[in-house]
Structures are given as structure tokens and as C-alpha cells.
Design a protein around this ligand. Structure first.
Ligand code: FES
Ligand SMILES: [Fe+2]
Length: 354
């Protein structure tokens, strides 16, 4: 089941260049993207209303898109405006047009009721601006988006899945105690990760250790917005394990924004950025960090795809909960409530008025 009344990341802005027609499958729907002459983005059902050929194999004619099977032409609104060999165009001739917004280097698509497509619901990506050196990536998954959400909502796995990459051979992540706070459409999860080795590329002497404050918002349907601030050892204790205030200055800061979009029930795509403070970091460090992220996210991919295969082989799969599962269970509950609400809006309205 998917949440439909929600913005999904459809890709990076730079992936939609010039007059390209880009085909994507999102929530099991074929969609074609292109830019109009003014640069704004159009998203149409990638399925011609005539014989169901993909419009992504068509041709842009100005701001309109012509199917190159038998030549029907569609306006950016999705309305059919030309049928070769016939002057009459039936009123129902057309394809679905999706609300689309380009923001923070991402293209966001609304998959539900267009009347509810409020751009104010788009989470703000972190570091996707000129103050930060940004690197980007994406990774295809043969797994449900829910398993990837679970992974990002329990970062204790860094000490195990990523022992040789992000975990840096330390149990600091596995032993950390995150605190989760409910937001309107997500969770805020924060923790100190104490006495961890620093990444080699940040230019500190070998053996340098850090207390890092790791705080992220996890927003529906699966948008991860993490700020990592690195302080000298002892800072976590000096802050009584509470959030650091301005009297403590981090020696390094990193931001990352990540988004999961379902392609189908058991197929997903994962978009991620790595952003370093331009005032402090250089291009080589940015390259080193995204390289580390890629290696680490491939480790997640291998584990989660294997987990999906086991789940598929397990009759009536049941899971044993641990205390680390709190945030992921809260998020699953939030998604279930929202999916339930849009499945039966009348019942929901009744509940609200009771
Ligand atoms: S399938 Fe598109 S014009 Fe025939
Ligand atoms: Fe991971």
C-alpha cells in the first residue's frame, strides 16, 4: 500500500536537461517528465490514451508532446489537442497530468488528489544550496520502501552493516540512545554518538576522536534530513547528553538529505546527497565523503535486498521487537494512519468530529 496524498522525489533537477523525455515508474505508475521552453517541469502519465504506447518514446513539439506511435499530441495539461486524420477530439481524450514542483535540486511529484497538492508540505532539503559543496547519488533497490525506511530509522546498524565504512570499527552508534519526537508528518530523532573515530578525509591527525551530535527529521513518505555536528571528546558529557548550544563550536559539520521513492511494491529508488560546509571543506573532501556514502549505501542495499528475499520466503513473517525499533514502529504507525485516512476520508471526518 502506498500513501498517495504526498510529495515524492522523482529525481534530481540535473537529470532533466534540455529537451529530454525522462521516463520513471513511481508507485507502479508510468510517468514521463520534460521541461517546457520556460524551464518549468511537466509530468504526464506515460501511457498514450490511444493504444497505451509510452509517450516517453514520443517527440516534444514546443511545450506539447506527440506520441510517435500514431501521432496523437498532448498539451502540458494532458489534454489531447491533435488526432491525425480526424477533426473531432473526444472530450475524454487525454492523459493524467501530475502536480510537480522543482525545489532544492529535486523534482517533487504529487501522486494523489491534485486538489490537495500543497507545496508547503514539501520538506526542505538540507545543504542543497551554494553555501555547501554538494555531491549527489542514487541507488536502485529490489526491496520495499518500508524496509529502507526501517533501516534509516534505526541507525544502530551503522556499527554492524557499516563496521568498515560509516561505523569506523566502533560500537558508538550501536550503543547510542536516540530520542524520538513526533512531528506533524514525521519524527525528529537526535542523539550523541560518543567517542567515535573521525573520518580520515576531514584533515584531523590520525587517531582523532569525536563526540558527534546527530539529529534528523524523518518525514513522510521517506525523506531523511540529517545534520551531523562533530565536537571534541567530552562535549557530550559537558552538555549532559542534551542538544549542544552555541557555546560549543563544532569543528566539522555535514548535512545529508535522502529520499526513498517506491517504484513498485518491492522495488524502490533511493536518492541521496552529501553536503559539506563550503567555508571549511574542499572538493577533494566532498568527493571522499560521497565515495564513502556510496560504499556504505551499497552495504545497506545488499543487506536489505537479502532481508526482502528472506521475508518473501517466510510464511506469515513475524518480527521480534527490540527497544531500537521504537522510531521505526512509530513511523510505520504514522504512515498506516495516513494511508488509512485517505482510504476512507468519510470515516476520518467522522472520527475528527466525534
Ligand atoms: S498509441 Fe499513441 S497515438 Fe497510438
Ligand atoms: Fe545504512
Amino acid at each position: 500500500m502506498f500513501l498517495r496524498n504526498c510529495w515524492y522525489v522523482a529525481g534530481w533537477s540535473h537529470q532533466l536537461a534540455g529537451d529530454a523525455l525522462v521516463a520513471r515508474t513511481m508507485l507502479a505508475e508510468p510517468i514521463v517528465f520534460y521541461r517546457k521552453a520556460d524551464g518549468s517541469v511537466v509530468a504526464l502519465e506515460d501511457r498514450c490514451c490511444h493504444r497505451l504506447a509510452p509517450l516517453s518514446r514520443g517527440r516534444l513539439e514546443g511545450d506539447d508532446l506527440r506520441c510517435l506511435y500514431h501521432g496523437l499530441k498532448f498539451a502540458p495539461s494532458g489534454k489531447c489537442i491533435d488526432i491525425p486524420g480526424q477533426s473531432f477530439i473526444p472530450g475524454r481524450a487525454g492523459v493524467r497530468a501530475y502536480p510537480v514542483v522543482e525545489r532544492d535540486c529535486w523534482i517533487w511529484l504529487w501522486m494523489g488528489d491534485p486538489a490537495l497538492a500543497d507545496p508547503a508540505l514539501i520538506p526542505s532539503a538540507l545543504g542543497h544550496d551554494d553555501a555547501w559543496i554538494m555531491r549527489t547519488g542514487e541507488l536502485a533497490y529490489k526491496a520495499s520502501y518500508e524496509l529502507i525506511n526501517d533501516n534509516l530509522l534505526d541507525l544502530s546498524h551503522l556499527s554492524y552493516v557499516h563496521a568498515k565504512t560509516l561505523g569506523r570499527g566502533s560500537m558508538s552508534w550501536g550503543n547510542s540512545r536516540p530520542r524520538a519526537t513526533r512531528l506533524e508528518r514525521g519524527l525528529r530523532i537526535a542523539r550523541w554518538v560518543v567517542d567515535n573515530p573521525v573520518a580520515p578525509y576531514i584533515g584531523e591527525p590520525p587517531g582523532t576522536r569525536t563526540d558527534s551530535w546527530q539529529s534528523y527529521d524523518y518525514m513522510v513518505p521517506g525523506v531523511f534530513l540529517l545534520t551531523s555536528k562533530f565536537y571534541r571528546p567530552g562535549t557530550a558529557a559537558a552538555c549532559n547528553m542534551e542538544a549542544p548550544d552555541d557555546s560549543h563550536a563544532p569543528f566539522w559539520t555535514s548535512l545529508t538529505s535522502q529520499a526513498i521513492t517506491p517504484i513498485a511494491e518491492k522495488e524502490s529508488i533511493y536518492y541521496f546527497s552529501s553536503c559539506l560546509d563550503r567555508a571549511r571543506a574542499n572538493d577533494q573532501q566532498a568527493d571522499a565523503q560521497i565515495d564513502l556514502f556510496r560504499r556504505a549505501f551499497n552495504e545497506d542495499n545488499a543487506m536489505i535486498e537479502a532481508q526482502q528475499r528472506v521475508i518473501d520466503l517466510t510464511p506469515q513473517p513475524r518480527m521480534l521487537a527490540t527497544s531500537a525499533d521504537g522510531p521505526l514502529n512509530q513511523f510505520r504507525q504514522l504512515m498506516a494512519e495516513l494511508i488509512d485516512k485517505e482510504a476512507s476520508p468519510a470515516a476520518d471526518a467522522l472520527r475528527q468530529s466525534a
